[in-house]
Ligand binder design. Structure first.
Ligand code: P6P
Length: 335
């Protein structure tokens, strides 16, 4: 009797069988995303041996240096998603404007946003990096090209989201609204096997995660609130790679904080393809995600590359942090 765990596709097909009206297009889409992440994983894990280390010699729309692996990851996702026939529009951190795809008879139901390789500045020093994606149902007319109206949707409209973390192992985590599930890549099989069924974020945790080097640039209320989290009851963990910090917070609990600051008044992280997919996942797993004043999933992006402050993690801890943000009495703690 085959005792191996379910593969990603077996898991998705089992979930899709619960919906008689399902066409199988979602399974095709998720198969494409899973394949792209396996291809990216292989190159990330060989980056030191191949020709994909280092910089590509150009800057992206954000003005950031593009790593060769950024380009490779982006091209891989664009190619596999386009070939799937399931998408009408693609939005990527690496692309200034969306890719708009022509209608196909009975597919093109979805629009996908992604950060193809987040944290790529860490690659050359072999620190974990990751891919983040979000899936929306198309809003544009079925007989035309997809476009920004299919992409500029709030996280509450996501029908699926996930990430892959390329670390000591490659772990693919996704939700389509029926819980959050993690799959670990078995390189000998080339399959993503169910390893973390029905992930729940602990209601509270012993870690807080932020770049304390930005402390002086934070608003006073953020500095006060973080100071209260630095009372010795928690440990600081900060990889500086969003997917790695988010995955640890998802499994172990605690808070991940990337506030706005004097130099980054809108925050650093992007709403559409970083914060919103992670916020969707955390809420699906019983966690919480806000920008300090509202739920991340309620924020409607105005532009593809909008940024946002991000406070992400255990429900009780984020609620406490939000309370502290508004708590005048904590003033002396940070003085
Ligand atoms: P800082 C990586 O460049 C990234 O976009 C995220 O992966 C990470 O969470 C953040 O920036 C780290 O930013 O300012 O702490 O280096």
């Amino acid at each position: 009797m085959d005792q191996r765990p379910m593969t990603l596709i077996e898991h998705i097909e089992a979930s899709e069988r619960r919906f008689p009206e399902a066409t199988g297009a979602f399974t095709v889409l998720m198969q494409a995303i899973g394949l792209a992440c396996k291809i990216i994983s292989r190159e990330v894990n060989q980056a030191g041996l191949g020709k994909l280390l280092g910089l590509a010699g150009r800057r992206n729309v954000q003005g950031e240096q593009v790593a060769r692996l950024d380009e490779f990851a982006n091209d891989t996702l664009v190619r596999t998603l386009t070939r799937s026939g399931s998408v009408c529009a693609l939005g990527s951190e690496e692309l200034a404007v969306p890719i708009r795809l022509p209608p196909t008879p009975d597919t093109g139901h979805y629009a996908v946003v992604f950060d193809p390789l987040d944290g790529s500045s860490n690659i050359d020093v072999a620190v974990s990096v990751g891919t983040i994606f979000g899936v929306f149902r198309r809003r544009s007319p079925r007989n035309g090209l997809g476009g920004v109206e299919d992409l500029l949707q709030p996280g509450s409209s996501l029908c699926a989201a996930g990430y892959a973390v390329y670390g000591s192992s490659t772990v693919f985590v996704y939700s389509a609204g029926l819980g959050v599930h993690g799959f670990t890549l078995d390189p000998s099989l080339g399959e993503l096997l169910l390893s973390h069924p029905d992930i729940r974020v602990p209601p509270s945790g012993s870690y807080y995660s932020c770049n304390s080097g930005n402390r002086k640039a934070w608003p006073d209320n953020v500095r006060r609130a973080v100071a209260r989290f630095e009372d010795g009851s928690r440990s600081l963990r900060y990889v500086g790679s969003l997917v790695a910090d988010a995955h640890r917070t998802m499994l172990c609990g605690g808070v991940f904080l990337y506030p706005a600051d004097r130099g980054k008044p809108e925050g650093k992280l992007r709403l559409l393809y970083e914060a919103a997919p992670l916020a969707y996942l955390f809420e699906q797993a019983g966690g919480r995600a806000s920008d300090g004043t509202m739920r991340i999933v309620d924020k409607v992006p105005r532009q593809l590359h909008d940024r946002t402050p991000l406070f992400l993690g255990s429900a009780d801890d984020i609620a406490e942090f939000e309370r502290l943000l508004g708590d005048e009495e904590a003033r002396d703690d940070a003085s």
